[in-house]
Design a protein around this ligand. Structure first.
Ligand SMILES: NC(=O)c1ccc[n+]([C@@H]2O[C@H](COP(=O)([O-])OP(=O)(O)OC[C@H]3O[C@@H](n4cnc5c(N)ncnc54)[C@H](O)[C@@H]3O)[C@@H](O)[C@H]2O)c1
Length: 384
């Protein structure tokens, strides 16, 4: 049984430790902040207690799981680990330093993985003498509940490290997808228009937040509308991801961040966590009523959806991932009601292209350029 080390006991690290322990692995959870380790231990005990109450696991299983996790405040304790998953602060220089320290402690065969959401795995791997053992293993929040895990080999990663990592995470009953080491990997790249196009529609004065959210949930079947979701994620966090994807793609206008979101973040209107975002979360706050105009809702939903499909098609075009993995990633990582490329097939890819071309002709902005793959598929009469 692989011995797993998890570095960083924050929201992600503690969730990943729980997943590995639930699957029978001995786990060492390490954090330099002692209070954070205590919190992780207490919150895991509470989570497992609830699972026992709901009869999802037995009290004995809960106890065994807790015993499988040991807590450490120094990475020296990782010396006997076979795989280490790093989930510390999202800062490249700090991650590189940590990876080079880890390499000096672990065995030659230990795989070193990062749970980074946005940093280049190649850069992190470059800090190691043996970069072939470094890989991205990207979980989604909350890790015990979200089925998706993106497996991201860097250019330096060996096939053996990729296979071992993927087989292992598959054995944790997760849905793994293989993604190229490019900004946002699959999910954080393909999902950008869900936020960006919704913000743009608002900025043009086409509809307010509540109406856009209503269009996407009512017509699209999305669990949350974009503004409710951005308030949930936090406008500071969501804006930072968009900005990082935008700059990493050499300022491609498709990923241009929104000033509306920037101002909300600057104002401290982060969303749920600060009590106010696009909506107010005060106790006595009234939910704004959407304008329930079906024609308007259709216009909003179609515009966001074709932009999402275009992004998914382009990810396939640029070999970021396969059609199957792009669709799996969006349904299993962010709960989309349907895979975007399957959706395109159902709508008719010619209709999708027509709408994108209409947007492009109207705005004359590169943001609306259709993916070459979509155009080729329409020309050849094939679907995805
Ligand atoms: N939060 C998310 O939704 C999410 C989703 C997927 C991936 N990620 C990625 O996972 C990583 C962690 O994110 P998080 O949200 O859990 O952060 P967090 O702030 O909740 O936790 C980070 C933890 O790392 C610890 N830490 C920082 N530097 C350390 C060091 N040098 N050694 C040991 N411990 C250290 C901190 O004390 C803290 O407990 C980041 O790379 C993030 O991009 C986050």
């Amino acid at each position: 049984m692989f011995k797993i080390g998890v570095l960083g006991a924050g929201s992600m690290g503690s969730g990943i430790a729980q997943v590995a322990a639930q699957c029978g692995h001995p786990v060492i959870l390490c954090d330099t902040n002692a209070a954070q380790l205590d919190n992780a231990k207490i919150s895991l005990a509470k989570t497992l207690e609830k699972l026992v109450e709901k009869a999802k696991i037995t009290a004995a299983e809960s106890q065994a799981m807790q015993q499988r996790i040991s807590y450490a405040n120094s990475i020296q304790d990782f010396s006997a680990c076979d795989l280490i998953i790093e989930a510390i602060i999202e800062n490249l220089e700090i991650k590189k330093t940590v990876f080079s320290q880890l390499e000096s402690i672990v065995s030659e065969t230990c795989i070193l993985a990062s749970n980074t959401s946005s940093l280049s795995i190649a850069s992190i791997a470059s800090a190691c003498k043996n970069p072939q053992r470094v890989i991205g293993i990207h979980f989604f929040n909350p890790a015990p509940l979200m089925p998706l895990v993106e497996i991201i080999p860097a250019v330096q990663t060996s096939d053996a490290s990729t296979k071992t990592s993927r087989d292992l995470v598959d054995s944790w009953k997760k849905v793994t997808v293989l993604a190229k080491d490019t900004p946002g990997f699959i999910v954080n790249r393909v999902a950008r228009p869900f936020y960006g196009e919704a913000l743009r529609i608002y900025e043009e004065g086409i509809a307010d937040f509540a109406t856009i959210d209503w269009a996407m949930t009512e017509l699209g079947g999305f669990k949350m509308g974009p503004f409710t979701l951005m308030d949930y994620i936090g406008n500071d966090v969501n804006y930072a991801v968009t900005e990082s994807v935008f700059t990493s793609f050499y300022y491609d206008p498709r990923y241009k961040p929104s000033l509306t979101q920037k101002r909300h973040a600057e104002a401290g209107w982060f969303g749920r966590k600060s009590g106010r975002g696009y909506y107010s979360y005060a106790k006595d706050a009234l939910s704004p009523e959407p304008k329930k105009d079906l024609k308007l809702a259709e216009q909003i939903f179609n515009r966001v959806l074709v932009m999402l499909i275009n992004e998914a098609a382009d990810a396939v075009f640029l070999n970021i991932a396969s059609v199957k993995d792009v669709d799996l990633a969006m349904t299993k990582g962010v709960n989309y009601p349907k895979g975007l490329l399957q959706w395109a097939n159902e709508l008719g890819i010619d209709k999708v292209l027509e709408q994108l071309d209409a947007l492009y002709n109207e705005y004359r902005e590169d943001r609306y350029r259709a993916s070459v793959l979509l155009r080729r598929k329409v020309q050849s009469g094939q679907g995805f």
